[in-house]
Design a protein. Structure first.
Length: 165
């Protein structure tokens, strides 16, 4: 009997992931050298076990190359106004072309990030500079293998326990 996998993230984490956050994607190459890039959008599967990230193809070439080589991914979602932070890890990341609704998702994400850092006194141009993209987007899909609380404080680094599926 195949059990439905349960997700380590609950409704509070889902709200953070899909909110006005900074999304940093990390990978590593065969020599264990890290590479980082910002994602410009995110989707979760209905059961919260799979993540899809939108990334600019050309400027993310190192991260995307690493993911193609080994599938190992770490993603940090952080809300600038509160420092609430969550890390997700996976081992099966794959890169695919974007779908028809992904450009609109990236635009909504950008506007949310503009609004978020605007609360901190930053002009919209800062968000446009940070998330600027002048090339095609690709989608990175992975299954959540582990999740960690990373908000600064006593619980930082604590693994999240799987939620009832």
């Amino acid at each position: 009997m195949n059990a439905t996998p349960s997700s380590p993230i609950g409704s509070e984490q889902v709200a953070l992931i899909l909110g006005r956050v900074s999304i940093i994607v990390g990978s590593r190459d065969a020599r264990q050298r890290p590479h980082l890039m910002r994602a410009v959008g995110c989707r979760l599967s209905q059961d919260h076990t799979r993540v899809t990230l939108l990334m600019p193809q050309r400027s993310s070439h190192e991260v995307l190359g690493d993911l193609g080589d080994n599938g190992q991914i770490a993603v940090v979602f952080s809300e600038p106004s509160s420092n609430r932070t969550l890390q997700l890890k996976g081992g099966d990341a794959v890169v695919t072309p974007c779908g028809p609704d992904d450009a609109a998702l990236a635009e909504r994400y950008l506007q949310g990030f503009v609004d978020e850092i605007g609360q901190l006194g930053f002009a919209a141009e800062v968000a446009h500079t940070i998330l600027g993209r002048d090339d095609e987007l690709v989608a990175v899909h992975f299954t959540i293998a582990a999740a960690f609380e990373q908000t600064p404080g006593p619980a930082a680094g604590e693994p999240l326990v799987a939620q009832a599926g």
